[in-house]
Design a protein around this ligand. Structure first.
Ligand SMILES: C[S@@+](CC[C@H](N)C(=O)[O-])C[C@H]1O[C@@H](n2cnc3c(N)ncnc32)[C@H](O)[C@@H]1O
Length: 276
């Protein structure tokens, strides 16, 4: 009896992920299988290879191929003021609570290329809180972090982001948050200064501080259920008592073993407050 192509690819993908973990320490074994499969098969195609096993061989023998695979698996898709109503809710429901603290620590876990971080920095500045906030922004992907740190974005994207900004309740001059550099905008220094960028893997690294606000948006969606539970535990353990956790539109704490430790601040915008 011949095994189906899908079942062979499933086994090969498992072996590839095991090899990447054992040789390089990058652990994708608990990621959601359907997305993983699509990304791995896409990489096989882009690399011009006949099979996932051939990709495994290349990744083990050519470190640059590992970099390309990691890039494909990390999916750093993002934008400024993504889900504008989320930023409205932050402004209206979360910042009034956080402003009672003399100093604020925020963690962007899975910040990709930085757009979310600079969006929050703008809101914090407009609300008079940026001067007493430290933003910690981490991601698995070193190449995404490089873009984030540079803070330079093409003008076409900034035009779309300006619309999101206004929908999110922004009333300032969005263009003034950037220095113009021939078709690109570079985020002004005063928004960059409070940010500390760093590589951090939510699956294998531990907590590194206690935060008043954690944004981990559109990251858990790529994880299997047990891995989501594990990472939610890490986020919970990184929150101050009564700190706020923000998840992505398609993520939630429903069915999480940690749900009882949170109250819901806004169920549509996936804002939760740690209560115990
Ligand atoms: C779709 S982006 C989300 C970016 C941003 N938070 C947003 O909502 O627009 C997902 C990000 O999660 C990062 N990521 C995936 N697995 C991760 C892990 N184990 N640890 C840290 N970051 C991870 C990816 O590198 C990618 O940049």
């Amino acid at each position: 009896m011949e095994a189906s192509r899908e079942s062979v690819e499933a086994v090969e993908t498992e072996l590839l992920l095991e090899a990447v973990y054992r040789v390089y320490g990058h652990d994708f074994r608990g990621y959601a299988p359907a997305t993983l499969r699509r990304r791995v098969l896409h990489t096989v195609q882009v690399e011009g290879l006949p099979s996932v096993s051939a990709l495994q061989h290349r990744v083990l023998h050519e470190p640059q191929a590992l970099g390309r695979l990691l890039g494909a698996l990390s999916i750093p898709v993002t934008e400024m003021f993504r889900d504008p109503s989320f930023y409205r809710a932050l402004r209206e429901q979360v910042l009034p609570v956080l402003r009672t603290h003399p100093f604020l620590r925020v963690w962007h876990a899975g910040c990709a290329t930085g757009e979310e971080v600079y969006s929050l920095a703008m809101v914090l500045e407009e609300e008079g809180l940026l001067g007493r906030t430290r933003l910690y922004a981490t991601d698995l992907s070193a190449s995404a972090l490089e873009v984030a740190r540079a803070g330079v974005y093409p003008q076409e994207k900034l035009d779309a982001y300006a619309r999101n900004y206004r929908e999110a309740g922004g009333r300032a001059d969005f263009a003034a948050y950037f220095d113009q550099h021939g078709g690109h905008g570079r985020v002004v220094d005063r928004l960059r200064r409070p940010v500390i960028w760093g590589q951090h893997n939510l699956v294998t690294d531990s907590s590194f501080n206690e935060f008043h606000l954690i944004l981990c948006r559109n990251v858990l969606i790529y994880f299997s259920r047990p891995l989501q539970d594990q990472v939610q535990g890490l986020l919970l353990g990184s929150l101050m008592p009564f700190g706020v956790l923000a998840l992505g539109r398609h993520e939630s704490l429903d069915f999480s073993p940690h749900a009882g430790r949170f109250s819901t601040l806004n169920s549509a915008e996936k804002l939760y407050r740690r209560v115990s």
